[in-house]
Design a protein around this ligand. Structure first.
Ligand code: PLP
Length: 331
Protein backbone atom coordinates (compact mmCIF):
# COMPACT_ATOMS: atom_id res chain seq x y z
CA UNK A 1 0.00 0.00 0.00
CA UNK A 2 1.30 3.45 -0.86
CA UNK A 3 1.34 6.12 1.84
CA UNK A 4 -1.47 8.63 1.60
CA UNK A 5 0.94 11.58 1.62
CA UNK A 6 3.14 10.00 -1.05
CA UNK A 7 3.48 11.51 -4.51
CA UNK A 8 1.87 8.39 -5.98
CA UNK A 9 -1.27 8.92 -3.87
CA UNK A 10 -1.32 12.65 -4.69
CA UNK A 11 -1.06 11.91 -8.40
CA UNK A 12 -3.87 9.37 -8.14
CA UNK A 13 -6.03 11.91 -6.31
CA UNK A 14 -5.18 14.67 -8.79
CA UNK A 15 -6.08 12.43 -11.73
CA UNK A 16 -9.47 11.55 -10.25
CA UNK A 17 -10.62 15.13 -9.68
CA UNK A 18 -11.21 16.25 -13.33
CA UNK A 19 -13.08 13.00 -14.04
CA UNK A 20 -15.33 13.50 -11.01
CA UNK A 21 -16.00 17.08 -12.10
CA UNK A 22 -17.02 15.83 -15.52
CA UNK A 23 -19.46 13.33 -14.05
CA UNK A 24 -20.92 15.96 -11.70
CA UNK A 25 -20.93 18.55 -14.51
CA UNK A 26 -19.15 21.18 -12.50
CA UNK A 27 -15.96 23.17 -12.80
CA UNK A 28 -15.70 23.92 -9.09
CA UNK A 29 -14.68 20.98 -6.88
CA UNK A 30 -15.74 17.47 -5.88
CA UNK A 31 -14.92 16.25 -2.37
CA UNK A 32 -14.13 12.63 -1.85
CA UNK A 33 -14.39 10.98 1.56
CA UNK A 34 -13.89 7.48 2.89
CA UNK A 35 -17.39 7.00 4.23
CA UNK A 36 -20.79 6.15 2.93
CA UNK A 37 -22.99 8.93 1.53
CA UNK A 38 -24.68 9.57 4.87
CA UNK A 39 -21.40 10.60 6.48
CA UNK A 40 -20.52 13.14 3.81
CA UNK A 41 -24.10 14.41 3.65
CA UNK A 42 -24.16 14.98 7.41
CA UNK A 43 -20.83 16.77 7.16
CA UNK A 44 -22.00 19.05 4.35
CA UNK A 45 -25.26 19.80 6.13
CA UNK A 46 -23.45 20.62 9.36
CA UNK A 47 -20.56 22.59 7.94
CA UNK A 48 -22.37 24.55 5.19
CA UNK A 49 -25.73 25.44 6.78
CA UNK A 50 -25.17 28.95 8.10
CA UNK A 51 -28.76 29.61 9.27
CA UNK A 52 -32.19 28.05 9.06
CA UNK A 53 -32.64 25.06 6.76
CA UNK A 54 -35.67 24.12 4.68
CA UNK A 55 -35.96 20.40 4.11
CA UNK A 56 -38.22 19.00 1.40
CA UNK A 57 -39.11 15.36 2.07
CA UNK A 58 -41.08 12.67 0.26
CA UNK A 59 -39.83 9.43 1.81
CA UNK A 60 -37.48 7.63 4.18
CA UNK A 61 -34.22 9.33 3.22
CA UNK A 62 -35.74 12.77 3.57
CA UNK A 63 -36.93 11.67 7.04
CA UNK A 64 -33.38 10.56 7.83
CA UNK A 65 -32.09 14.04 6.93
CA UNK A 66 -34.58 15.58 9.36
CA UNK A 67 -33.05 13.39 12.08
CA UNK A 68 -29.56 14.41 10.99
CA UNK A 69 -30.48 18.12 11.10
CA UNK A 70 -32.11 17.65 14.49
CA UNK A 71 -29.17 15.77 15.98
CA UNK A 72 -26.69 18.37 14.73
CA UNK A 73 -28.70 21.21 16.25
CA UNK A 74 -29.46 22.75 12.85
CA UNK A 75 -32.69 24.79 13.01
CA UNK A 76 -34.99 23.58 10.25
CA UNK A 77 -38.49 23.41 8.81
CA UNK A 78 -39.71 20.34 6.99
CA UNK A 79 -42.12 20.43 4.05
CA UNK A 80 -43.34 16.92 3.25
CA UNK A 81 -45.62 15.25 0.76
CA UNK A 82 -47.13 11.79 1.10
CA UNK A 83 -44.90 8.85 0.17
CA UNK A 84 -45.17 7.96 -3.50
CA UNK A 85 -45.59 11.63 -4.49
CA UNK A 86 -42.80 14.03 -5.51
CA UNK A 87 -41.81 17.33 -3.96
CA UNK A 88 -42.89 20.14 -6.22
CA UNK A 89 -41.78 23.64 -7.20
CA UNK A 90 -45.20 24.89 -6.00
CA UNK A 91 -44.62 23.36 -2.57
CA UNK A 92 -41.26 25.15 -2.40
CA UNK A 93 -42.78 28.44 -3.54
CA UNK A 94 -45.27 28.27 -0.68
CA UNK A 95 -42.59 27.54 1.90
CA UNK A 96 -40.25 30.26 0.65
CA UNK A 97 -43.05 32.83 0.64
CA UNK A 98 -43.34 32.36 4.42
CA UNK A 99 -39.71 32.92 5.47
CA UNK A 100 -36.09 33.18 4.42
CA UNK A 101 -33.70 30.21 4.62
CA UNK A 102 -29.92 29.92 4.49
CA UNK A 103 -30.21 26.54 2.78
CA UNK A 104 -32.62 24.21 1.04
CA UNK A 105 -32.05 20.44 1.14
CA UNK A 106 -33.82 17.70 -0.76
CA UNK A 107 -33.46 14.16 -2.02
CA UNK A 108 -33.20 13.96 -5.80
CA UNK A 109 -34.11 10.29 -6.15
CA UNK A 110 -36.05 8.95 -3.15
CA UNK A 111 -34.93 5.32 -3.15
CA UNK A 112 -37.54 4.26 -0.59
CA UNK A 113 -40.46 5.09 -2.89
CA UNK A 114 -38.91 5.13 -6.38
CA UNK A 115 -39.60 8.83 -6.92
CA UNK A 116 -37.42 11.15 -8.97
CA UNK A 117 -38.02 14.72 -7.84
CA UNK A 118 -38.10 17.51 -10.46
CA UNK A 119 -34.75 18.87 -9.31
CA UNK A 120 -34.13 21.46 -12.01
CA UNK A 121 -37.62 22.97 -11.64
CA UNK A 122 -37.22 23.08 -7.84
CA UNK A 123 -33.75 24.64 -8.13
CA UNK A 124 -35.10 27.25 -10.58
CA UNK A 125 -37.71 28.35 -8.03
CA UNK A 126 -35.11 28.43 -5.25
CA UNK A 127 -32.77 30.61 -7.31
CA UNK A 128 -35.51 33.09 -8.25
CA UNK A 129 -36.47 33.50 -4.58
CA UNK A 130 -32.97 33.81 -3.23
CA UNK A 131 -29.70 33.75 -5.20
CA UNK A 132 -27.73 33.28 -1.98
CA UNK A 133 -29.65 30.35 -0.50
CA UNK A 134 -27.69 27.09 -0.73
CA UNK A 135 -29.24 24.14 -2.55
CA UNK A 136 -28.08 20.81 -1.09
CA UNK A 137 -28.99 17.68 -2.98
CA UNK A 138 -28.89 14.06 -1.88
CA UNK A 139 -28.13 12.43 -5.23
CA UNK A 140 -27.07 9.11 -3.72
CA UNK A 141 -29.18 6.98 -6.04
CA UNK A 142 -29.18 9.29 -9.06
CA UNK A 143 -25.73 10.82 -9.71
CA UNK A 144 -24.13 9.03 -12.63
CA UNK A 145 -27.41 7.47 -13.77
CA UNK A 146 -29.69 10.48 -14.17
CA UNK A 147 -28.78 13.92 -15.62
CA UNK A 148 -27.68 16.44 -12.98
CA UNK A 149 -26.16 19.64 -14.35
CA UNK A 150 -24.69 20.75 -11.03
CA UNK A 151 -23.27 24.05 -12.23
CA UNK A 152 -25.93 25.02 -14.78
CA UNK A 153 -28.75 24.31 -12.34
CA UNK A 154 -27.02 26.34 -9.61
CA UNK A 155 -26.71 23.43 -7.16
CA UNK A 156 -24.30 23.98 -4.28
CA UNK A 157 -23.84 20.54 -2.76
CA UNK A 158 -24.55 17.29 -4.62
CA UNK A 159 -23.70 14.14 -2.64
CA UNK A 160 -23.49 10.56 -3.80
CA UNK A 161 -22.10 7.20 -2.65
CA UNK A 162 -19.77 4.88 -4.56
CA UNK A 163 -22.05 1.82 -4.37
CA UNK A 164 -25.00 3.13 -6.38
CA UNK A 165 -24.84 4.41 -9.99
CA UNK A 166 -21.03 4.45 -9.90
CA UNK A 167 -21.18 0.66 -9.47
CA UNK A 168 -18.24 0.51 -7.07
CA UNK A 169 -17.81 -1.20 -3.71
CA UNK A 170 -19.25 0.82 -0.80
CA UNK A 171 -16.87 2.97 1.21
CA UNK A 172 -16.44 6.19 -0.74
CA UNK A 173 -18.66 9.27 -0.98
CA UNK A 174 -18.43 12.23 -3.34
CA UNK A 175 -19.84 15.72 -3.21
CA UNK A 176 -19.74 18.50 -5.76
CA UNK A 177 -19.39 21.73 -3.75
CA UNK A 178 -19.76 25.30 -5.02
CA UNK A 179 -17.80 28.39 -4.00
CA UNK A 180 -21.04 29.72 -2.52
CA UNK A 181 -21.19 26.68 -0.21
CA UNK A 182 -17.64 27.34 0.98
CA UNK A 183 -18.52 31.01 1.62
CA UNK A 184 -21.48 29.89 3.75
CA UNK A 185 -19.29 27.37 5.58
CA UNK A 186 -16.84 30.09 6.56
CA UNK A 187 -19.68 31.67 8.56
CA UNK A 188 -20.39 28.46 10.51
CA UNK A 189 -18.58 28.21 13.84
CA UNK A 190 -18.90 24.51 14.70
CA UNK A 191 -18.35 22.71 11.43
CA UNK A 192 -16.98 19.50 12.90
CA UNK A 193 -13.57 18.21 11.76
CA UNK A 194 -13.52 15.10 9.59
CA UNK A 195 -16.26 16.26 7.19
CA UNK A 196 -15.67 20.02 7.47
CA UNK A 197 -16.13 21.55 4.00
CA UNK A 198 -13.44 24.18 4.60
CA UNK A 199 -10.91 21.59 5.79
CA UNK A 200 -11.76 19.22 2.93
CA UNK A 201 -11.33 22.10 0.47
CA UNK A 202 -7.87 22.97 1.82
CA UNK A 203 -6.78 19.33 1.64
CA UNK A 204 -8.20 18.97 -1.88
CA UNK A 205 -6.14 21.93 -3.08
CA UNK A 206 -3.08 19.84 -2.07
CA UNK A 207 -4.50 16.71 -3.75
CA UNK A 208 -5.43 14.89 -0.59
CA UNK A 209 -7.87 14.50 2.29
CA UNK A 210 -7.47 15.70 5.91
CA UNK A 211 -6.99 12.08 7.11
CA UNK A 212 -6.09 8.75 5.51
CA UNK A 213 -8.40 7.92 2.58
CA UNK A 214 -9.32 4.37 1.47
CA UNK A 215 -6.52 4.35 -1.12
CA UNK A 216 -7.31 0.92 -2.56
CA UNK A 217 -10.84 2.08 -3.36
CA UNK A 218 -9.41 5.15 -5.08
CA UNK A 219 -7.71 2.90 -7.62
CA UNK A 220 -11.05 1.26 -8.33
CA UNK A 221 -12.71 4.67 -8.60
CA UNK A 222 -10.09 5.94 -11.06
CA UNK A 223 -10.67 2.93 -13.29
CA UNK A 224 -14.46 3.06 -13.03
CA UNK A 225 -14.57 6.78 -13.85
CA UNK A 226 -12.73 5.99 -17.09
CA UNK A 227 -15.32 3.33 -17.83
CA UNK A 228 -18.21 5.71 -17.08
CA UNK A 229 -16.78 8.46 -19.28
CA UNK A 230 -15.97 5.98 -22.01
CA UNK A 231 -19.60 4.88 -22.13
CA UNK A 232 -20.52 8.59 -22.15
CA UNK A 233 -22.84 10.27 -19.67
CA UNK A 234 -25.66 10.64 -22.18
CA UNK A 235 -25.50 6.96 -23.13
CA UNK A 236 -25.45 6.07 -19.47
CA UNK A 237 -28.58 8.15 -18.80
CA UNK A 238 -30.33 6.56 -21.78
CA UNK A 239 -29.40 3.07 -20.58
CA UNK A 240 -30.83 3.82 -17.13
CA UNK A 241 -34.02 5.24 -18.68
CA UNK A 242 -34.36 2.05 -20.78
CA UNK A 243 -33.89 -0.11 -17.69
CA UNK A 244 -36.60 1.83 -15.88
CA UNK A 245 -38.93 1.56 -18.85
CA UNK A 246 -38.55 -2.21 -18.89
CA UNK A 247 -38.93 -2.55 -15.10
CA UNK A 248 -42.05 -0.39 -15.12
CA UNK A 249 -43.70 -2.27 -17.98
CA UNK A 250 -42.97 -5.60 -16.28
CA UNK A 251 -44.41 -4.29 -13.00
CA UNK A 252 -47.60 -3.05 -14.65
CA UNK A 253 -48.02 -6.37 -16.44
CA UNK A 254 -47.67 -8.44 -13.26
CA UNK A 255 -48.50 -6.14 -10.33
CA UNK A 256 -48.58 -2.35 -9.97
CA UNK A 257 -46.29 0.63 -9.45
CA UNK A 258 -46.01 2.60 -6.23
CA UNK A 259 -44.60 5.94 -7.43
CA UNK A 260 -46.76 8.61 -9.05
CA UNK A 261 -46.73 8.56 -12.83
CA UNK A 262 -44.48 11.17 -14.40
CA UNK A 263 -42.00 11.02 -11.50
CA UNK A 264 -40.87 7.40 -11.63
CA UNK A 265 -37.20 6.84 -10.98
CA UNK A 266 -34.79 5.78 -13.75
CA UNK A 267 -32.66 3.87 -11.21
CA UNK A 268 -35.05 2.09 -8.85
CA UNK A 269 -38.57 0.75 -9.37
CA UNK A 270 -40.86 0.36 -6.38
CA UNK A 271 -43.50 -2.28 -7.07
CA UNK A 272 -46.73 -2.79 -5.13
CA UNK A 273 -46.77 -6.37 -3.87
CA UNK A 274 -50.37 -6.93 -5.02
CA UNK A 275 -49.83 -10.70 -5.21
CA UNK A 276 -48.69 -10.83 -1.58
CA UNK A 277 -45.47 -12.56 -2.57
CA UNK A 278 -43.41 -13.85 0.33
CA UNK A 279 -40.42 -11.56 -0.28
CA UNK A 280 -38.04 -13.55 1.91
CA UNK A 281 -38.85 -16.73 -0.03
CA UNK A 282 -38.54 -14.80 -3.31
CA UNK A 283 -35.09 -13.59 -2.35
CA UNK A 284 -34.09 -17.12 -1.30
CA UNK A 285 -35.12 -18.26 -4.77
CA UNK A 286 -33.29 -15.40 -6.52
CA UNK A 287 -30.14 -15.93 -4.50
CA UNK A 288 -29.77 -19.34 -6.22
CA UNK A 289 -28.98 -17.39 -9.39
CA UNK A 290 -26.92 -14.73 -7.60
CA UNK A 291 -29.62 -12.07 -7.63
CA UNK A 292 -31.50 -10.15 -4.98
CA UNK A 293 -34.26 -7.57 -4.77
CA UNK A 294 -34.98 -5.17 -1.91
CA UNK A 295 -38.12 -5.44 0.13
CA UNK A 296 -40.09 -2.25 0.79
CA UNK A 297 -38.51 0.40 2.97
CA UNK A 298 -39.69 0.86 6.56
CA UNK A 299 -43.50 1.05 6.67
CA UNK A 300 -43.67 -0.29 3.07
CA UNK A 301 -41.76 -3.46 4.02
CA UNK A 302 -44.20 -6.15 2.81
CA UNK A 303 -46.48 -3.92 0.74
CA UNK A 304 -43.83 -3.14 -1.86
CA UNK A 305 -40.51 -4.41 -3.15
CA UNK A 306 -37.84 -2.56 -5.06
CA UNK A 307 -35.69 -3.41 -8.01
CA UNK A 308 -32.49 -1.39 -8.23
CA UNK A 309 -31.44 -1.04 -11.86
CA UNK A 310 -28.40 1.15 -11.76
CA UNK A 311 -24.68 1.14 -12.36
CA UNK A 312 -23.53 -1.38 -14.95
CA UNK A 313 -26.78 -3.34 -15.31
CA UNK A 314 -28.21 -3.99 -18.77
CA UNK A 315 -31.75 -4.80 -19.88
CA UNK A 316 -30.61 -8.41 -20.44
CA UNK A 317 -29.87 -8.63 -16.70
CA UNK A 318 -33.41 -7.48 -15.92
CA UNK A 319 -34.83 -10.11 -18.28
CA UNK A 320 -33.02 -12.84 -16.32
CA UNK A 321 -34.38 -11.39 -13.07
CA UNK A 322 -37.95 -11.22 -14.37
CA UNK A 323 -37.79 -14.77 -15.69
CA UNK A 324 -36.79 -15.96 -12.22
CA UNK A 325 -39.48 -13.90 -10.45
CA UNK A 326 -42.08 -15.31 -12.85
CA UNK A 327 -40.80 -18.85 -12.19
CA UNK A 328 -41.15 -18.17 -8.45
CA UNK A 329 -44.72 -16.91 -8.92
CA UNK A 330 -45.64 -20.11 -10.72
CA UNK A 331 -44.18 -22.35 -8.01
C1 PLP B 1 -31.50 8.46 -1.50
C2 PLP B 1 -30.50 7.91 -0.55
N1 PLP B 1 -29.91 8.75 0.31
C3 PLP B 1 -29.00 8.31 1.18
C4 PLP B 1 -28.66 6.99 1.27
C5 PLP B 1 -27.66 6.55 2.26
O1 PLP B 1 -26.47 6.27 1.60
P1 PLP B 1 -25.30 5.48 2.32
O2 PLP B 1 -25.83 4.14 2.68
O3 PLP B 1 -24.22 5.44 1.27
O4 PLP B 1 -24.92 6.26 3.52
C6 PLP B 1 -29.26 6.07 0.40
C7 PLP B 1 -28.92 4.66 0.48
O5 PLP B 1 -29.55 3.80 -0.07
C8 PLP B 1 -30.19 6.55 -0.53
O6 PLP B 1 -30.78 5.71 -1.38
Amino acid sequence: MVGHRSQVAKDLFAGIQPKLREVFQTQSRVFLTSSSGTGLWEGMLRSCTSGRLLLLTCGAFGERWAEVAQSNGIPFDQASVSWGSPNSPEQLEKALAKRRYAALALVHNETSTGILNPLKEIADVARVFDPEMLILVDAVSSAGGVPIATQDWGLDVVVTSSQKCFALPPGLAFSAVSDRAIDHALKVTHRGWYFDAVRLDKALSKNGTPATPAISLLYALDKQLDRILEEGLTNRYIRHADLAQRAQSWAVEHMDLYAQEGYRSPTVTCIRNTRNLDLTALNDHLSLSGMTIASGYGPLKDQTFRIGHMGELRVEDLEILFREIEAFMEM
